[in-house]
Design a protein around this ligand. Structure first.
Ligand code: SF4
Ligand code: SF4
Length: 127
């Protein structure tokens, strides 16, 4: 995948690493088949390919919002997507970097008592 990473990010070690990983993605989408959050939510942005695109937007200097952060938060970091990637994209490392970069750019809403995704889906039985 081609990138237009800003000078600012190209001068940082994390930005460079993210740029290299993103460039190794060929956008084929094979990874979506093995991603549990994509299977559950059916939104491209909740799958690895969509999240790679969101992180690409960060290092290209586009504006990011708490919605972008939510889609990265929803990733389980299970790395199942890496097992189905023919290009060996290091997605797990990339999402770690993306989360770090977006944390610096957004403010988490403090008025919400519970900002955890999947609150409706993850209900645990009472023991
Ligand atoms: S399978 Fe790999 S190369 Fe294809 S879209 Fe997913 S991360 Fe990119
Ligand atoms: S690490 Fe897991 S949840 Fe995150 S994009 Fe990959 S397969 Fe999906």
């Amino acid at each position: 995948m081609q990138t237009q990473t800003t000078e600012y990010f190209l001068k940082s070690a994390l930005g460079q690493e993210a740029d290299n990983i993103i460039r190794s993605c060929v956008h084929c989408g094979f990874c979506t088949a093995t991603c549990p959050t994509y299977q559950l939510l059916g939104d491209e942005r909740d799958g690895p390919r969509g999240r790679i695109y969101l992180i690409k937007q960060i290092i290209e200097g586009h504006s990011v919002s708490s919605k972008t952060q939510l889609h990265l938060d929803r990733c389980l970091s299970c790395r199942a997507c890496e097992t189905s990637c023919p290009s060996g994209v290091q997605y797990g490392r990339l999402v770690d970097i993306g989360r770090q970069l977006i944390e610096d750019k957004t403010t988490r809403p403090s008025h919400k008592p519970n900002n955890t995704p999947y609150t409706k889906k993850l209900k645990f039985p009472n023991y």
